[in-house]
Design a protein around this ligand. Structure first.
Ligand SMILES: Cc1ncc(COP(=O)(O)O)c(C=O)c1O
Length: 433
């Protein structure tokens, strides 16, 4: 894995100057040798770059690298993790269709499903991924995709992807897995049943909090030709582009991602800038080392916080009694990433006091940064959800999400202890009053 992180998708001997790091092709357009050559690109009779809104050599390196890391057949780089989820869902769910989603999702995803996707006439049923009967009951005759997170944000809940995927696949429904919190060195969803993997590359993949980026990977399981009438967008000749996107599969390429690039990335302009792609490529070079360290440190911090006065609950797969402990042992041998959450007994007031007392951890809504970050999901990432939605994904008034960075573990612990003392102080004052 470490070798692919550094070498996959780029061969410096093919570069005119032997650049070891993939260069940033900072150009809007690409000149072709003739009128006929440029025309052939637009007619999809030739491969190459014409205009960076729909493809660029630097982003193409990133696409090849994530394809190799996830063991897929192709990838699409887009402007953000939010764009990755949105485009993956839009490509599979036409108006009038239905989507099954996990109740434990990043708040921004839930907001998209409830608002913009609803405007587009797609119905959504939310189901608990830990209840296989409820998950199965959520599927209808018009279900065209299922969506879940491999490690849920913010509670770190793991899902039994082979079991959930089998239910979807029995109905010819592809499964989209947002694997942002894990990343491919800890977990490859394609090996457990996912058809598409989406990443907010903003997080662990970039690893340094410098860039907003998203990726969609086709794992090679989905083939619309198995059920051509269901996936007519792909199996019929597309009037606008003059091709049948499903034909791509005959050449081992993703027809779905070719369609998503031609239509959605182009129409929505959800392009990843080349400079951002390079930042993510540099981040990926150390992904293996970083994710293993933050996973180990998050597990230690979770264990130390568990059971302390003022801490009602710690959310991490290693906490005794968690229903997903067996899944962690089975599917995540190198850990579950650097995110954990804790519920403070004193509610939002205690969470605020805890955060404000910290000196090393930054109060910020990102995760997977080199720096350790703390955020209060109830008033930030999950604030626009209904109280019932927040409860379903484990976000309570006293919940704090911690994203463990690369600092020394004991420094992080000392700072958390300071936060905890401040939280206890306000809770005790409130109890006396
Ligand atoms: C699990 C998950 N998916 C998707 C996103 C959206 O990614 P981005 O912020 O890159 O648009 C986030 C952002 O926090 C996330 O945590």
């Amino acid at each position: 894995m470490g070798t692919s992180e550094i070498h996959a998708g780029w061969d410096s001997s093919q570069d005119a100057h032997g650049a070891l790091t993939p260069p940033v092709y900072s150009t809007s357009a690409f000149a072709r040798a003739s009128h006929a050559e440029l025309k052939a690109l637009f007619e999809r009779r030739a491969e190459g770059f014409a205009y960076s809104r729909s493809g660029n050599p630097t982003t193409a390196v990133l696409e090849r690298r994530i394809t190799a890391l996830e063991g897929g057949i192709g990838a699409l780089a887009v402007s953000s993790g939010q764009a990755a989820t949105t485009i993956a869902v839009l490509a599979l769910t036409p108006p009038g269709s239905h989507l099954v989603v996990s109740s434990r999702l990043y708040g921004g995803t839930s907001e998209f499903l409830d608002d913009t996707l609803a405007d587009l006439g797609v119905e959504v049923t939310v189901a608990d991924p830990w209840d296989l009967t409820a998950w199965e009951a959520a599927f209808t005759g018009t279900t065209r995709a299922a969506l879940l997170e491999s490690v849920a944000n913010p509670g770190g809940e793991l899902c039994d992807l082979p079991a959930l995927s089998a239910i979807a696949h029995a109905r010819d429904v592809p499964v989209i897995v947002d694997s942002t919190l894990a990343g491919p060195t800890l977990y490859r969803p394609g090996e457990h049943g996912a058809d598409l993997v989406v990443h907010s590359a903003t997080k662990h993949l970039c690893g340094h909090g410098t860039t907003i980026a998203g990726l969609i990977v086709d794992t090679g399981r989905f083939d619309p030709r198995r059920c051509p009438t269901r996936w007519e967008r792909l199996t019929r000749r597309n009037r606008r582009f003059g091709v049948t996107f499903a034909d791509e599969y005959a050449c081992g390429r993703s027809g779905l991602l070719a369609y998503a690039r031609a239509k959605y990335v182009t129409d929505l302009g959800a392009t990843l800038p080349a400079a951002s792609a390079q930042q993510v490529l540099v981040g990926i070079e150390t992904l293996d080392l970083r994710t293993k360290k933050v996973s180990a440190d998050a597990a230690v911090l979770a264990a130390r916080l568990h059971g302390l006065p003022g801490v009602e609950q710690v959310h991490h797969a290693t906490i005794p009694g968690r229903p997903d402990a067996a899944l962690a042992a089975r599917d995540f041998p190198h850990g579950t990433g650097g995110v954990l959450a804790l519920d403070l007994t004193g509610g939002e007031e205690a969470a605020a006091a805890f955060s404000d007392a910290l000196r090393l951890w930054s109060i910020a809504v990102n995760l997977g940064d080199a720096r350790s970050l703390v955020c209060h999901p109830g008033s930030t990432t999950h604030s626009h959800l209904t109280p019932a939605q927040r409860e379903a994904c484990g976000v309570r008034p006293g919940t704090l999400r911690l994203s463990v960075g690369l600092e020394d573990l004991e420094d992080l612990w000392e700072d958390l202890s300071r936060g905890l003392s401040a939280a206890r102080a306000v809770t005790e004052v409130a109890a006396i009053a």
